[in-house]
Design a protein around this ligand. Structure first.
Ligand code: HAM
Length: 452
């Protein structure tokens, strides 16, 4: 007897055909964040504002690779800084070269300025940069191992008006995002006057009994990077520094003059700032003006928290030190995630992108085919149109239209298909009217132009 042929189930087998291993779930690396759908509205807002500010003040966008030679950061950011000595992601590549993931933007931008001969362009050269940085720090809310910065840099301008402009932009950027901030500012002088100051500072800490009270990090800093003793947050170190000499008292005439000018400009347009004699910044390249942007407790109007929203300053010696022509420069970096945290914390209302949304909905496959075409026609003629082609039920399509804040919904069902009409539903009132399919665009534009 002939055997009955087995009827094959012709459903495709979509199972993953890898080597047989137990399933495994991966999580993201510690300190790294995924930016999910809901968060993107904040990112869009901040990035749009950053781009707008950069454009208004005449900065041109620039991009640099995430990977650079490790030595670039060792020379510019500084070998003794926390960023380079403790936090860098670095590796040896296949050619044996020491490579680092960018821990900050400024060194790469300085390299770009030199490498592309931007010294020959009309000065100043104003750069706008936005991108990720990587620091192997101890993660906490607002401190990540991959984070994003909005950076502005001005190359080839010595005038204190440039320092002022950078601070003004940072301040306006936060004001327009409705985040109250305080600018903390200091001057750390030039190589010459700072040299004299450092001798005084070392002398002060070497006085009997002081050194032993310093934290272990500061004991090392005393030899390698004494300026950083001033911004240590350990209790004993904070107490000790209160009697330490202040750098502003040691500034040479040119540096003092420069600093006074920056402050006068800030006074001129009432930008609130606080002089912070302990602000030295954790990077080696700064000279003269240094500043940080701190969130403010609205009632007490004092800086709060332990995380700055941004920081920057002048770095007049860096371009030359990195092999370029002597070029004064200044800039800032603002932390996008920290800004977004503030916006969320303060519940700052975001403008909804629901302006005049027209949603198209279908009932049945025939209607879907027609609606695909209609959608494209409306989109091409500039109407702000949305869809849910994959959905079958009208209820779930209308829910989607509501979620998007649609003004009107166009509904195409079997009956309308035959009649060559379509339903136009006002999403606020729920009133529906029948309009001719050929006149859809005209009818919608008429209603939108009438402000209905
Ligand atoms: P910075 O102070 O090291 O300066 O960083 C600037 C800002 O980036 C910080 O105030 C903070 O908002 C954000 N940021 C830094 N590290 C993290 C992190 N691990 N997680 C989240 N946000 C972070 C610089 O990087 C200089 N290059 C700024 C500059 C530009 N100076 C002159 N030009």
């Amino acid at each position: 007897m002939p055997r009955k042929k087995k009827i094959k189930n012709n459903k495709p087998n979509l199972k993953f055909k890898g080597p047989k291993r137990p399933p495994m779930r991966f999580s993201r690396l510690r300190g790294m964040k995924d930016v999910l759908f809901e968060d993107y509205k904040y990112w869009d807002l901040v990035i749009k504002k950053a781009t707008e500010m950069a454009k208004i003040y005449g900065f041109n966008r620039i991009e640099t690779p995430i990977l650079e030679y490790l030595e670039l950061y060792e020379r510019s950011t500084g070998k003794a800084t926390d960023i380079v000595s403790k936090e860098m992601y670095s590796f040896v590549d296949k050619n044996g070269k020491k490579i680092a993931l960018r821990p900050e933007a400024t060194p790469g931008l300085v390299r770009t300025y030199i490498e592309h001969g931007m010294f020959n362009l009309p000065q100043p050269v104003k750069m706008f940069w936005l991108g990720p940085i990587f620091r192997h720090e101890k993660p906490q809310a607002g401190r990540y191992r991959q984070s994003y910065q909005f950076d502005l840099e001005i190359f080839g301008e010595e005038n204190p008006a440039a320092d002022f402009l950078i601070i003004l932009i940072a301040y306006n950027f936060f004001s327009e995002l409705q985040i109250n901030v305080q600018v903390q500012i200091n001057s750390i002088g030039c190589a010459e006057c700072r040299g004299e100051y450092l001798s005084k500072l070392i002398e002060f800490y070497k006085e009997r009994g002081k050194r032993s009270k310093l934290c272990n990090d500061c004991k090392k800093r005393l030899a390698k990077n004494p300026l950083r003793l001033l911004d240590c947050q350990e209790k004993n170190c904070v107490e000790l520094r209160e009697d330490a000499p202040q750098i502003v008292d040691s500034l040479c005439d040119e540096c003092r003059e420069h600093f006074i000018k920056v402050l006068e400009y800030l006074d001129e347009i009432d930008i609130p700032y606080s002089l912070n004699p302990y602000l030295v910044r954790g990077l080696d390249y700064y000279s003269r003006t240094v500043f940080e942007i701190w969130p403010v407790d609205e009632e007490k109007e004092v800086a709060v928290g332990n995380l700055a929203l941004g920081g920057g300053g002048r770095y007049d010696g860096l371009v030359e030190y990195m092999g370029g022509h002597p070029t004064p420069a200044c800039g800032f970096g603002l932390g996008i995630e920290r800004i977004i945290l503030k916006i969320k914390e303060k519940n700052i209302p975001l403008k909804k992108d629901s302006k005049n949304i027209i949603f198209v909905a279908q009932l049945g496959d025939q209607a879907r085919r027609k609606i695909l075409v209609l959608f494209e026609e409306l989109r091409k003629s500039g109407i702000n149109v949305r869809q849910a082609f994959t959905k079958d039920s009208l209820k779930s399509q209308l829910e989607e239209a509501n979620r998007l804040g649609a003004k009107y919904c166009l509904i195409l069902g079997q009956k309308e298909l035959i009649d060559e009409t379509i339903l136009l539903r006002d999403m606020e009132s729920g009133i529906q009217e029948v309009i001719g399919l050929k006149k859809v665009k005209f009818e919608i534009e008429k209603r939108l132009n009438n402000g209905n």
